[in-house]
Ligand binder design. Structure first.
Ligand SMILES: [Zn+2]
Ligand SMILES: [Zn+2]
Ligand SMILES: [Zn+2]
Ligand SMILES: [Zn+2]
Length: 438
């Protein structure tokens, strides 16, 4: 299978005129993976990828024009009867929309006065029927979610009068499973109004997950194609497997692993998951009454006992506050009375993203609040580094916050400037986020 995949993916990449510096091979993590053919420096672009299909996420409204994906413009219903929203007749007549429009009409869309939210939410899955045979082969190679009863299929059946053939139905089901297993979320548009999309990027989609990923990615619109750039977050030697992440990287191990299992059906066993201290950050720890920290004896065994490092108290798995780990995320204290160290990290992130924004703009902050923002932003960057996340996207966003904090301090004239530090932070944000900063 790797040979065929390499052949098709290389052909796609040739379109960029790139030199191919990766190869698909058998992976120790799972199935096949993407491996480097040369070494990479931090920040170096490893490959570009374009989507086989891209479109609305199945859960997201309000809608964008299905043709240009613009949001925040008045939308009309396509006059040809496909019941999808477009912004004008020009968008109605693009080649890409005409193809899906015709396909929908062949399946007899139920009549209705307005555009259909259900068809809009199922559109990305439906677009999979329109891809080339080679691309269909690629979809079949990408890892699929094991779920059945896909919501997109229910929506399509509700709005279409004609049935799919067995072959079409089978491929649509597979496409839904692959979309939920491998699609990358992306946004299109300017300013605050951005359309929320998901795209199947076949090469990036071949990368396996790690909670210590060695790549990050960003998107650029090139020739009207939402192009993905995959970049090294740390030095990567030749022959190394490239990894991405499908879970938030600042969650503690137990939450990440449950999330990955719930959404992608696998239990991660990466280096970080295997280390109860998560590289000495103790991100997973519960606070013991004695003031010590309680950590799992074996972090990849969900039935493992936990133990306090100071008073030796043992907490059996049944007494842990993680009966429903994903619910823990929404509470500040767990039902069993243990406080998670992680909650203080969430608080810090919330502060960094809010202080200096919306309700508390920089000008309105006291000197003390400004100092505090600098302090916690630096702490979170240090945590990023301790978690071995390298030049991750989060580090880029934190660096940008830190740079804005420095700028405000300079404005106030009460700051002994360390120009080197400021330059370094600005360059970090610029480089990682691939944006221009004044
Ligand atoms: Zn449009
Ligand atoms: Zn139409
Ligand atoms: Zn992991
Ligand atoms: Zn204790």
């Amino acid at each position: 299978m790797c040979d065929e995949l390499n052949r098709i993916l290389k052909q796609r990449e040739l379109l960029f005129g790139n030199q191919q510096c990766w190869i698909i091979n058998k992976s120790n993590i799972s199935g096949s993976g993407v491996f480097t053919n040369k070494s990479y420096e931090t920040g170096e672009i490893i490959f570009r990828d374009t989507p086989i299909v891209i479109g609305p996420r199945s859960s997201v409204l309000p809608p964008a024009c299905v043709s240009c994906m613009k949001m925040g413009v008045p939308l009309i219903t396509c006059s040809k009867g496909c019941r999808l929203p477009v912004c004008n007749s020009e968008c109605e007549n693009t080649i890409s929309h005409e193809r899906e429009c015709r396909l929908l009409l062949e399946f007899s869309v139920k009549k209705g006065e307005f555009w259909s939210p259900l068809l809009y939410r199922a559109l990305t899955a439906l677009r999979c029927l329109l891809v080339s045979d080679e691309e269909k082969k690629l979809i079949k190679c990408l890892s699929a979610n094991k779920k059945t009863n896909h919501i997109e299929m229910l929506f399509l059946k509700k709005e279409l009068l004609k049935n799919f053939s067995d072959e079409e139905e089978q491929f649509l089901n597979l496409s839904c499973a692959v979309l939920s297993g491998t699609a990358f979320e992306t946004e299109l548009g300017e300013g605050k109004i951005k359309a929320s999309l998901r795209g199947l990027y076949p090469l990036a989609g071949m990368m396996n997950h790690s909670c210590v990923p060695n790549t990050q990615h960003y998107f650029l619109l090139e020739n009207n194609i939402q192009t993905m750039y995959v970049v090294a977050t740390c030095p990567i030697p030749e022959g190394m497997e490239l990894t991405t992440h499908y879970s938030y990287l600042f969650w503690p191990t137990i939450i990440r692993r449950h999330f990955l299992f719930a959404t992608k059906q696998f239990w991660c066993t990466c280096n970080r998951c295997g280390d109860p201290t998560e590289f000495d950050t103790n991100l997973s720890a519960l606070e013991c009454n004695c003031g010590g920290l309680i950590l799992p004896l074996c972090s990849i065994d969900m039935k493992s006992d936990w133990k306090c490092g100071s008073c030796d108290e043992v907490v059996p798995a049944s007494k842990l506050p993680f009966a429903k780990p994903l619910e823990v995320l929404n509470k500040s204290e767990t039902t069993s009375g243990y406080k998670m160290k992680y909650f203080s990290i969430i608080e810090k992130f919330e502060q960094v993203w809010s202080v200096g924004h919306k309700n508390t703009p920089y000008e309105a902050l006291t000197d003390e609040e400004l100092e505090n923002k600098e302090k916690i932003t630096k702490e979170l960057i240090a945590l990023n580094n301790s978690l071995k996340l390298g030049d991750s996207r989060i580090k880029g966003l934190l660096s940008l916050e830190l740079y804005d904090t420095f700028k405000e301090k300079i404005n106030r004239n009460n700051f002994i400037e360390d120009e080197e530090e400021i330059d370094w932070v600005r360059e970090n944000a610029k480089k990682i986020l691939n944006i221009a900063i004044e």
